[in-house]
Design a protein around this ligand. Structure first.
Ligand SMILES: C/C(=C\CNc1ncnc2c1ncn2[C@@H]1O[C@H](COP(=O)(O)O)[C@@H](O)[C@H]1O)CO
Length: 223
């Protein structure tokens, strides 16, 4: 437990921390303001470069770049690095929104535009604000956190509806099955909520979903 002296010191530090948080928002908004249409790509920091998900991420990064989208990732290793590499090698813009971690790794070598955040919640704002879609490849807790943040924002209409695409049909099957057999069955989500997620292994199909959603929003005057 903190004694009263330490508690006072800690409270003062917390108040000043607000400025540090604000400065992260300013840096993010300022750096990303002129980004072309972009897609945020998520996935495991631990996947090896020769894994199927990294190969898929590199193909996806390239296909998004060819369709005119910048690729935003967490700027780390694994799937993030593969998506950044695919985008860069295809001549597209590759963005890395890194996070300061105790086991610091720095941004991967394929990032053109990079920012390092201290706060996950500031960084998450950038992933959502500057992307037309989320594509989620196989990953662990970090990836699941990003996935559920996105669908909650769309479900609660806090953001304009945008595609949330899961890539890796086999990988996500168990989770999707549990969502149906437990969450849906128990009334914790609705049939309409399930439609917020699209699943495919096909890079071209993923890109087409994003292009079509973009066109629909433009037609509705929301882009
Ligand atoms: C675990 C290792 C390095 C971690 N480095 C990361 N750098 C950037 N972003 C990260 C990192 N770890 C997690 N993230 C974010 O979460 C998602 C991946 O998490 P998962 O638990 O691996 O699924 C990813 O999309 C990032 O935004 C050493 O290998």
């Amino acid at each position: 437990m903190l004694d009263s002296h330490h508690r006072r010191e800690w409270k003062t530090k917390d108040a000043w921390r607000a400025l540090r948080i604000l400065s992260e928002f300013v840096e993010g908004f300022d750096t990303l303001a002129d980004l072309p249409p972009a897609v945020s790509v998520f996935g495991s920091a631990r996947s090896t470069p020769d894994s199927p998900e990294c190969e898929l991420a590199a193909d996806l990064g390239a296909a998004l770049a060819e369709a005119g989208y910048a690729v935003i990732t967490g700027g780390g290793p694994g799937v993030m690095e593969a998506a950044n590499r695919g985008a860069t090698e295809a001549g597209g813009m590759s963005v890395g929104l890194g996070i300061e971690l105790p086991f610091e790794q720095g941004l991967n070598d394929w990032v053109d535009v990079g920012i390092d955040f201290r706060y996950f919640f500031v960084r998450k704002t950038m992933f959502v604000k500057y992307a037309q879609a989320f594509v989620v490849l196989p990953g662990g807790f970090g990836t699941l956190d990003e996935l559920f943040e996105a669908i909650t924002l769309v479900q609660t209409k806090k953001v304009t509806r945008f595609p949330v695409i899961l890539m890796g049909v086999d990988y996500w099957a168990g989770l999707l099955d549990w969502i149906k057999t437990t969450l849906l069955k128990d009334g914790k989500v609705s049939e309409a909520d399930l439609e917020l997620l699209q699943v495919t292994d096909d890079v071209d199909e993923a890109v087409q979903i994003i292009v079509d959603a973009d066109a629909a929003l433009a037609e509705a005057g929301k882009r």
